[in-house]
Design a protein around this ligand. Structure first.
Ligand code: NAP
Length: 341
């Protein structure tokens, strides 16, 4: 019998970051005992203590020996850290769930959203990748539509919050907003442009043909998770001055005809989805209201007037929870349930 999730020895790598702190909150909420959690970060955080489960947890410095006795290593740091230390953790016998993009597209690494492709967990060789913060909610919503009517084409425009780029941008957004309110010129150091009072269609690493890294991730990862490598999908990513919560405008063309009403009904009973869709009553999800929640919210469901088999959706999720830490934890819970840990 696998141990229940509460009895695992867990390491959180990057425990001082935006996603790492959310992971600590999730572990506390899910009743994981404090002494079984090890909080790791860089030398910079040596000796720091972070809030955890009503108390404080001491940060330890990540090194080659950090994973001795660890059953589950939740990597919530960047790609460099994951590339170097995820194999070390796996070698030490831990199952790794990595939130960076380092391992997502490797062939022997499952990329998992538990509502979409839980069975892929079985193919792991010690490392499971957690998808991008826009890809997760997108695939949670696309999966039931794919199963019912098939996917022909998907167009996504994102409205991504500052926390998606880490704690430094959240702090800069707060400072810029305070400066503007006080009538002074805000400093721009962390991001490519001033984010406060603005909307920025970039800030990610450029890729081929005018796309950027974030857009390419959404395309490739969605195809992998949905097991539809030829899916016609494109993305346009935009950063907005919101602290937490990513919005996505999604145009879906299906193989079989599906009305907006049918999609509303389908998503109304889909796992991990909450439909909030009554524009006359001003009911639709917004990042402000979805921040801190676990589900993927969908509203503004309507037929695409420009396509015979198309629907339009507005999707919102908390990028630090379902878009990152919560999904990683749900992968771990599923792995325990499946006897993989
Ligand atoms: N933010 C999101 O919405 C989101 C969503 C999905 C995926 N992700 C991915 O999740 C990862 C973390 O993102 P974040 O937004 O939480 O970033 P963040 O706020 O900048 O935090 C980065 C964390 O990594 C740690 N770290 C950096 N270098 C390290 C090293 N050499 N050794 C050990 N720890 C090190 C930092 O520790 P120190 O404090 O000691 O520097 C900090 O705890 C990234 O790969 C990001 O792309 C983020």
């Amino acid at each position: 019998m696998p141990p229940p999730a509460g009895e695992l020895n867990i390491a959180v790598v990057g425990a001082t970051g935006m996603v790492g702190q959310e992971m600590l909150r999730i572990l506390a909420q899910r009743g994981v005992g404090a002494k079984r959690v090890k909080a790791l970060a860089s030398e910079r955080s040596s000796g720091l203590e972070m809030p955890y489960d009503g108390a404080r947890i001491r940060i330890e410095v990540l090194d080659e020996n950090a994973f001795e006795g660890v059953d589950l290593a939740l990597f919530m740091a960047g790609s460099d850290v994951a590339l170097r230390y995820a194999p070390v953790a796996a070698e030490a016998g831990a199952l790794v769930v990595d939130n960076s993009s380092a391992w997502r597209m490797k062939e022997n690494v499952p990329l998992v959203v538990p509502e979409v492709n839980p069975e892929d967990i079985r193919d792991n060789e010690g490392i499971i990748a957690n998808p991008n913060c826009c890809t997760i909610p997108l695939t949670v919503v696309l999966k039931p539509i794919q199963e019912r009517a098939g996917l022909e084409r998907v167009l996504v425009s994102t409205y991504q919050s500052a926390s998606g780029a880490g704690k430094a941008l959240v702090e800069e957004l707060e400072e810029q907003t305070r400066a503007l309110a006080a009538g002074s010129t805000p400093e721009v150091t962390v991001y490519s442009h001033q984010l406060a009072y603005n909307v920025v269609p970039g800030g990610w690493k450029p890729e081929a043909e005018g796309y950027n890294e974030e857009e390419v991730k959404i395309v490739n990862e969605s195809r992998k998770i949905l097991h539809q490598p030829e899916l016609r999908i494109t993305a346009n990513c935009v950063r907005v001055p919101v602290p937490i919560g990513h919005g996505e405008s999604v145009f879906v063309e299906t193989r079989e005809m599906l009305s907006a009403g049918e999609v509303r009904e389908l998503l109304g009973s889909a796992p991990g989805v909450i439909v909030q869709d009554d524009p006359h009553a001003k009911l639709y999800p917004t990042p402000h209201e979805v921040a801190g929640r676990d589900e993927v919210y969908v509203g503004r469901i309507r037929n695409d007037l420009s396509a015979s088999h198309g629907v339009v959706l507005w999707v919102v999720a908390d990028n630090l929870r379902k878009g990152a830490a919560l999904n990683a934890w749900q992968v771990a819970e599923k792995a325990v349930e499946m006897g993989v840990i």
